[in-house]
Design a protein around this ligand. Structure first.
Ligand SMILES: CC(C)(COP(=O)(O)OP(=O)(O)OC[C@H]1O[C@@H](n2cnc3c(N)ncnc32)[C@H](O)[C@@H]1OP(=O)(O)O)[C@@H](O)C(=O)NCCC(=O)NCCS
Length: 155
């Protein structure tokens, strides 16, 4: 899949991409969500990505000349992960990756931490609305979050 810049390309991830994707996930969270507790070692992240993310979800990468800019992981009803390299925020790449998840969906949900106002604003811009607020007692970070929903008919 191409973008308007021929050096920037989407592609479906393969298992071989998994360590690099897990590394970007950690880098992006530590840079942009620094208030989250550090619960997992890099090895545990790799195990989670191997079994859950690459095992159960569709993972697409955005690359510039084979350098990883960001990724999205989703399934029929959930956007599970959308993370960019910290130097690549605010350039429209998040929108391009999110559109992959939206294009064949009729209803999508995702969780975002309440402190992540940038992401919440970003998702609202793409038609998601907050349908539930939680105090974080049910997520492993124990950080208040919001459940957001998108319905194709609202486009
Ligand atoms: C959230 C994220 C995926 C958005 O991708 P992005 O490429 O930065 O966003 P885009 O450039 O495609 O979209 C821009 C929109 O984001 C929002 N945004 C961009 N910069 C912002 C800022 N500094 N503060 C608040 N909102 C901002 C605005 O709604 C903006 O819309 P506009 O361009 O019309 O003003 C990206 O910032 C990211 O990877 N953040 C760190 C990881 C993360 O929080 N992931 C989400 C977990 S739920």
């Amino acid at each position: 899949m191409q973008t308007d810049n021929p050096d920037i390309q989407f592609r479906a991830a393969t298992k071989a991409d998994m360590p690099e994707v897990a590394k970007l996930f950690k880098l992006s969270r530590e840079s942009e969500l620094p208030y989250l507790p550090k619960l997992h070692t890099p090895e545990e992240d790799v195990a989670f990505f191997s079994v859950v993310v690459f095992g159960e979800q569709d993972v697409y990468l955005l690359e510039e000349s084979e350098r990883l800019l960001g990724f999205v992981a989703y399934d029929k009803n959930w956007v599970h992960h959308l993370y960019l390299h910290p130097k690549e925020l605010g350039k429209g790449y998040g929108s391009k990756l999110l559109k992959l998840a939206l294009q064949n969906a009729s209803i999508l949900h995702l969780w975002a931490f309440q402190k992540n106002t940038r992401a919440i604003e970003f998702y609202k811009k793409h038609g998601f609305i907050v349908i539930k607020e939680s105090d974080g007692s049910e997520n492993e970070e124990k950080e208040p979050d919001v459940l957001m929903e998108w319905r194709g008919a609202w486009r």
